[in-house]
Design a protein around this ligand. Structure first.
Ligand code: FE
Ligand code: FE
Length: 166
């Protein structure tokens, strides 16, 4: 039996997050390059740097728990990235492209927020205080990024996109 305990489930959740983050690390530079507005490009670049920290924190959590994170692929992140790439291959006016990029990025952030929230709760229940701290630091940054993306969209890009001609 692969999942006998909540401990096993926590390990699986961490592996999934690790796979998700490493996939995201590869695609964020591409999203930054595709962004037309400076604020969005900077936002993606900043989140790229944070993502490196997220991966490092997961590695720290894994070493605390004495587990390996490799050997699992997060299919959901793969799908989210594929959708984002499909959109980037379409013709779009600059502001509409940025609005679509934000839509993709927020789906990704929400997926991560769900994963980190669950893993944090499991780690808390299992008494892994150091792991809780690591996961919470990342969870806060994912939430901040989500909020920032909403602000970037609502402060101008969506309005500009709404005004762009066919
Ligand atoms: Fe992340
Ligand atoms: Fe996943």
């Amino acid at each position: 039996m692969k999942f006998k305990s909540l401990e096993d489930l926590l390990h699986q959740e961490l592996k999934d997050l690790y796979s998700a983050e490493t996939q995201l690390l590869k695609v964020l530079p591409q999203m930054a390059r595709a962004a037309y507005h400076e604020s969005l490009r900077t936002g993606f670049e900043q989140h790229l740097n944070q993502t490196k920290d997220h991966i490092e924190r997961l590695q720290q959590a894994a070493s605390t728990l004495g587990i390996k994170l490799s050997g699992h692929k997060c299919k959901a992140m793969h799908g989210l990235i594929e959708e984002s790439e499909d959109f980037l291959h379409e013709q779009a006016s600059p502001a509409v492209r940025d609005a679509g990029l934000i839509a993709s990025a927020q789906r990704i952030e929400h997926y991560e927020i769900a994963g980190y929230g669950t893993a944090r709760s499991l780690a808390e229940l299992l008494g892994h205080d150091e792991v809780v701290r690591l996961l919470e630091d990342t969870l806060d940054e994912e939430k901040e990024t989500d909020t920032l993306l909403t602000e970037i969209a609502e402060s101008g890009i969506n309005i500009e996109a709404a005004a762009s001609a066919d």
